[in-house]
Design a protein around this ligand. Structure first.
Ligand SMILES: [Cu+2]
Length: 224
């Protein structure tokens, strides 16, 4: 099985949390199942050994519940602390933008709005693409998410970026891609009949490619 690409700068942090949860739960699964089968074997039916009838509230038996319980709570605290750190780094903290784009969800497509030459959105030189988002590698982007109708969710799995687009709100997220290439965008919120068709592509371009692409787009928009 091939591992999913980690294209954004924070993808490794998200994967780290998933790995941490996976390792802790796998460890406890093996311990619990191992102990369970050992008990079955140890107290199996044998001639001459009388069955013990235990209530389960004897102290020496209850410790088998209380001790793992406390240890698992401790693991929970470790997971929550690690997850809060990642949440803060990715969702709460908004690093300075080097560029801004807007993604507008609608039934059933993504429209991307670019600031044009002046670097500012909602001015005359803005231009648009649909379903294909073009960005530059190694640049910190703010992405403003909006919706024209229902709740959509802008998801780029290789970026580990996933954020709802909610009508009436502008939600700003960020990412920085570390590798050029083209990857899938998907809508990750059930948004109606065409939800499954609401897919796009994100094109991470080198600085030169992006400048050339930008020039072609802005000359088009100025010719309009
Ligand atoms: Cu959608």
């Amino acid at each position: 099985m091939q591992a999913l690409n980690q294209i954004s700068t924070f993808a490794t942090q998200i994967d780290g949390i998933i790995l941490l949860v996976g390792l802790i739960t796998t460890f406890w699964l093996l311990v619990a199942e191992g102990f369970f089968f050992w008990l079955i074997w140890r107290f199996r039916e044998r001639p001459g050994v009388k069955t013990q009838y235990v209530q389960g509230d004897e102290k020496h038996i209850k410790q088998f519940i209380n001790v793992p319980h406390a240890l698992i709570l401790l693991c929970d605290v470790v997971i929550i602390m690690a997850a809060m750190r990642v949440w803060y780094n990715i969702k709460q903290r908004l690093p300075e933008a080097e560029a801004t784009v807007r993604a507008i969800g609608q039934q059933w497509a993504w429209v991307f709005q670019y600031p044009g030459r002046d670097g500012r959105l909602d001015t005359d030189d803005d231009f648009y693409t649909s379903d294909h988002l073009f960005i530059e590698v190694n640049r910190t982007y703010h992405i403003q998410l909006r919706s024209r109708d229902v709740v959509h969710d802008f998801s780029v799995p290789v970026f580990r970026f996933k954020q709802d687009a909610v009508p009436g709100r502008t939600i700003t997220g960020w990412f920085r891609a570390r590798q050029t290439g083209a990857w899938d965008i998907q809508c990750a919120e059930m948004c109606g009949l065409g939800h499954g068709a609401m897919a796009g592509r994100i094109h991470v371009q080198s600085a030169a490619q992006h400048a050339a692409w930008l020039a072609s787009q802005t000359s088009l928009s100025s010719a309009r």
